[in-house]
Design a protein around this ligand. Structure first.
Ligand SMILES: *[C@@H]1O[C@H](CO)[C@@H](O)[C@H](O)[C@H]1NC(C)=O
Ligand SMILES: *[C@@H]1O[C@H](CO)[C@@H](O)[C@H](O)[C@H]1NC(C)=O
Length: 217
């Protein structure tokens, strides 16, 4: 009987915490990245040292530089930029796309994403675990949702730049870019894993590896 009760308690706890970041237990817990304390998130800064600056960021107002091989750039406004977001379970980012730019297929392990198109037009999509592609063309003023954990992308097929604001139900959604994860990991994913997974030869694998420089930082 006690074992059954314990199981129910565990199930209740687990099912209450899988939906998004854990709930906060106090008004604020401004991140103190210098604290040596290791926990799920960041330790809280002393209340006496908390100020408006901890809840402020002015970095999404203008377009980021898109002159890279993908023609897109993501500017994050998460707990790493806004320490006051620690324990609050939300964050934003801005994504800019050059004409023809691609935000390549990636996943956010910790958040659902909802984007609002600031400018331009994008062809967007996500793929379900049943391998169904859900895709749509969205334009200025439109909203689209990418469910948590599913692989998704945005492509600017228009001849002028585009931009979106993206919101997440996590203070730090995390990003795994599929191509970089598989072909630019350090140390590298073994060639024989990639040749078998993609049903190609070592030459093709090495060609992709050579073109995808390891991500900076
Ligand atoms: C507040 O911040 C200052 C400067 O960073 C530091 O010297 C001081 O110890 C902090 N006070 C508290 C109460 O944490
Ligand atoms: C992108 O443009 C900026 C400013 O024009 C320049 O500083 C930077 O080196 C460029 N980056 C690349 C990868 O070309």
């Amino acid at each position: 009987m006690a074992a059954v009760l314990a199981l129910f308690v565990i199930l209740a706890i687990v099912s209450g915490t899988v939906a998004s970041d854990p709930d906060m237990l106090q008004d604020v817990c401004v991140a103190d990245p210098t604290s040596g304390v290791k926990l799920n998130g960041f330790a809280c800064k002393e209340a006496a040292n908390v100020s408006a600056a901890d809840f402020f960021f002015d970095g999404l107002g203008k377009a980021g530089l898109t002159n890279n091989s993908m023609g897109s750039v993501v500017t994050g406004a998460n707990v790493q930029k806004i320490p006051g977001l620690n324990t609050l379970g939300v964050s934003l980012s801005r994504i800019d796309y050059a004409a023809g730019g691609l935000n390549p297929p990636h996943t956010h392990p910790r958040a659902t994403e909802i984007v609002f198109v600031l400018d331009g037009q994008l062809d967007v999509g996500f793929i379900t675990t049943a391998n169904l592609l859900i895709s749509k063309t969205i334009k200025k003023g439109d909203i689209f949702v990418f469910p948590r954990g599913l692989v998704h992308f945005q492509k600017n097929n228009a001849d002028k730049p585009a931009s979106v604001i993206a919101a997440f139900n996590s203070q730090l959604p995390g990003t795994q870019s599929i191509a970089l994860t598989l072909f630019a990991a350090s140390p590298p994913v073994p060639d024989n894993v990639l040749t078998k997974a993609f049903q190609v030869g070592t030459k093709e694998v090495n060609k992709i590896k050579s073109r995808l420089a390891p991500p900076k930082k």
